[in-house]
Design a protein around this ligand. Structure first.
Ligand code: QV4
Ligand code: CA
Length: 518
C-alpha cells in the first residue's frame, strides 16, 4: 500500500471511531434479526406461551423482540398485584411466568424464530418493608433488610450515611443524591457502589446473557448512578455466540422519566445505551387529543427536546402508563381507547425515530375515581390457585378475552411490517392541510395518510412516492392469495393516488407499502 493510502486509511479509521464514539453507545444496538424493528412488551405472559407466540406469530409477522416482565424471584403479595414483580427477593430465575428451564427453552425458541428477548432488570432495590417468602420460596425480611436468597444483608443497602432525607424516602426526584441513594416508595435501596453488590448483579445479568438474551430494560435507571452501572457493565459477558456475532454487547434501555428541567436528564444515560424517551408519548398524546395540531409532527424528534433518534426507545403506552403510575390517566393512550391507540401506534411505527416498543396487555376492570384507577393493582388473569392463565389465540388472530394482544390487531401488526419495509428510508412527500390532516412517504417503499380533522372527510390526490400499481390498504384489510380483503389504493404512473379518509370512521388512516401490491 502506498504511503498516501496509509494516511487515508488512518483518517478513515479516526473518523469511524469518532462517529461511533459520538453518536451512540455500544449498548444501544438492539441486535434485531434481518430488517425487524419492533419490540413488544408481553406483560406477565407465561414463558411457555411466549415460546409458542414466537413460533406461531411474532416470528412470521416480523416482530423484532420481546420485553419480558421481570424474571427473577420476587415478593408474593396478598392479592397478587402485578407490581409484586418489581420487588426482587433473589436473582434466581423463578417468577409467576415460569422457571429457569422454561425461560431457557423460550429464549432458544424465540431466537430460532428470529425474535430477540430483553429482560426487565430490577437492580435498584429489593422489596418494600414487609416480610415473607418469594416466588422461589426464599424467605426475606424487608424490615431488617435480610435477603438470604442472594444473600444481601443490611450493609448492602443505602442508609443515613448516603441518603440525606430523615425517613430515607425520596421526596425530591430532581436531587441526584436523594433520588439515587434514598428509597423509591419504600423499596430497599441497594448500595451499588459496593463491589459485592455489583458482583451479584453482574452474575445475574451474565446468567441471562449466557442463556441467549439480547439485552435489558433497566428499571428505575434514574435512581442508579451512571458510574455504578458502568462498573457493572465492565463485568458483563458478550452476547451468546450461538445467536449473535462475537463481541456483541447487550442492548440496554434505561427507564429515566425526564420531561425537561434541571433534574436528572436522559442524556446522562445515553453513553450507557438508549433512554426511554418520555417526551415522545406525551407530545404524541397531546397531538392526538387535539391539544396540538397534527401538522407539527413534521419535525417530530430531536427538535422537540428529545434525545437523538439513535439514543431513544419510544412507546405510546406502557405497563405503568395504562395504570396511571406514570403520566396522566385521560392523556395516556391505551387499549381502553382502541381507535386512538391504533392511530397513535400507526404514526409511531411509520415515523423514523428511535427503537419502537408496542404494549401487549391483559384486561382488568378499570375503575376511575378522582383521576385514579382504584383497580390499578390487579394482576394477570389467573386461576383460583394464582396460576397465570394461558393465552389461547383465535383463528382470526385475536386473543381470548383475558388477554388484549394489541400486537395481534391487524392495524398494528400490519404497521410493524410497514416499519420493517420502510427501513432507513427518509420521510418524503410530506403533505398537510395546515391542521389535522397529514400524509407522507418513506422513500419509495411505503406511504401513510392520517385524518384527525373532526367531522371531515379527507378526499384528495396525494403523491405517494410509490411505483404504479394496486395497493392493499393495510388498515382495512390484508393481501391474501393475491386479493385484498380491504380497500385498494390505486397509484398512477406518476405516483399519485386518490385518498379518502373519513375521520369519524373506525379507521382514520390509510397505509400502504410495496410488499402489499397486487
Ligand atoms: C408504599 C407507600 C410508600 C411507603 C411504602 C412503605 O406508597 O410511600 O414508603 O409503602 O413501605 C408498591 C406500592 C407502593 C408501596 C411500595 C413499597 O404500589 O404503594 O409503597 O410497593 O411497598 C411498581 C409500581 C409501584 C410499586 C412498585 C413495587 O408502580 O406502585 O410500589 O412496583 O412493587 C418513578 C420512578 C420510576 C418508576 C415509576 C413508577 O422514577 O422508576 O415511579 N417506574 C419503575 C417501574 C414500575 C415499578 C418501579 C419502577 C419500581 O416501571 O412499574 O413500580 O421497581 O417515576
Ligand atoms: Ca438507588
Amino acid at each position: 500500500m502506498a504511503f498516501n493510502s496509509y494516511i487515508l486509511l488512518f483518517f478513515a479509521l479516526v473518523a469511524a471511531h469518532f462517529r461511533c464514539g459520538l453518536t451512540n453507545s455500544p449498548y444501544s444496538h438492539p441486535h434485531f434479526a434481518g430488517n425487524r424493528s419492533v419490540i413488544v412488551h408481553l406483560m406477565q405472559w407465561k414463558f411457555v406461551d411466549i415460546a409458542a407466540e414466537c413460533e406461531r406469530f411474532l416470528g412470521p409477522f416480523g416482530y423484532g423482540g420481546i420485553q419480558l416482565s421481570p424474571v427473577n424471584e420476587h415478593a408474593v403479595l396478598g392479592n397478587r398485584p402485578w407490581y409484586e414483580l418489581y420487588q426482587p427477593v433473589s436473582y434466581r430465575i423463578i417468577s409467576r411466568s415460569g422457571n429457569e428451564a422454561e425461560f431457557k427453552d423460550m429464549v432458544h425458541r424465540c431466537n430460532k424464530a428470529g425474535v430477540r428477548i430483553y429482560v426487565d432488570a430490577v437492580l435498584n432495590h429489593m422489596t418494600g418493608a414487609q416480610e415473607g417468602s418469594g416466588t422461589a420460596g426464599s424467605h426475606y425480611n424487608g424490615n431488617s433488610m435480610q435477603y438470604p436468597g442472594v444473600p444481601f444483608g443490611p450493609n448492602d443497602f443505602h442508609g443515613h450515611e448516603s441518603c440525606p432525607t430523615s425517613d430515607l424516602e425520596i421526596h425530591n426526584y430532581d436531587n441526584a443524591q436523594e433520588a439515587r441513594n434514598c428509597r423509591l416508595s419504600g423499596l430497599r435501596d441497594l448500595k451499588q457502589s459496593s463491589e459485592y453488590v455489583r458482583t451479584k448483579q453482574a452474575e445475574f445479568l451474565n446468567k441471562l446473557i449466557d442463556a441467549g438474551v439480547a439485552g435489558f430494560r433497566f428499571d428505575a435507571s434514574k435512581h442508579m448512578w451512571p458510574g455504578d452501572l458502568e462498573a457493572i457493565y465492565g463485568k458483563l459477558h458478550s452476547l451468546n455466540t450461538a445467536y449473535f456475532p462475537s463481541n456483541s454487547k447487550p442492548f440496554v434501555y434505561h427507564e429515566v422519566i425526564y420531561y425537561g428541567g434541571n433534574g436528572i436528564k436522559s442524556s446522562e444515560y445515553t453513553r450507557l445505551g438508549r433512554a426511554i424517551e418520555f417526551h415522545y408519548y406525551r407530545e404524541l398524546a397531546n397531538v392526538l387529543r387535539h391539544h396540538n395540531q397534527l401538522k407539527w409532527l413534521k419535525t417530530f424528534g430531536q427538535n422537540w427536546s428529545m434525545v437523538p433518534s439513535d439514543d431513544a426507545l419510544v412507546m405510546v403506552d406502557s405497563h405503568d402508563m395504562q395504570r396511571g403510575h406514570t403520566g396522566t390517566l385521560g392523556l395516556n393512550i391505551n387499549f381502553f381507547e382502541p381507535k386512538l391507540l391504533k392511530v397513535a401506534t400507526a404514526f409511531m411505527l411509520a415515523w423514523p425515530y428511535g427503537v419502537t416498543r408496542v404494549m401487549s396487555s391483559y384486561h382488568w376492570n378499570q375503575k376511575i375515581q378522582n383521576g385514579h384507577d382504584v383497580n390499578d393493582w390487579m394482576g394477570p388473569p389467573s386461576d383460583s390457585h394464582g396460576n397465570i392463565l394461558s393465552v389461547k389465540p383465535n383463528a382470526d388472530l385475536t386473543c381470548n378475552k383475558e388477554w388484549v394482544c394489541e400486537h395481534r390487531w391487524r392495524q398494528i401488526h400490519n404497521m410493524v411490517a410497514f416499519r420493517n419495509i420502510a427501513g432507513s428510508e427518509p420521510v418524503t412527500h410530506w403533505w398537510d392541510n395546515g391542521d389535522y390532516e397529514i400524509a407522507c412517504s418513506r422513500g419509495n417503499k411505503a406511504f401513510i395518510a392520517l385524518n384527525l380533522q373532526p367531522g371531515q372527510t379527507l378526499h384528495r390526490t396525494l403523491q405517494t412516492g410509490l411505483p404504479k400499481g394496486e395497493y392493499c390498504d393495510l388498515v382495512t384489510g390484508n393481501l391474501k392469495d393475491g386479493k385484498c380483503t380491504g380497500s385498494t389504493v390505486h397509484v398512477d404512473q406518476s405516483g399519485n393516488a386518490e385518498i379518502t379518509i373519513n375521520s369519524s370512521s373506525d379507521d382514520d388512516f390509510v397505509a400502504i407499502h410495496v410488499h402489499a401490491k397486487h
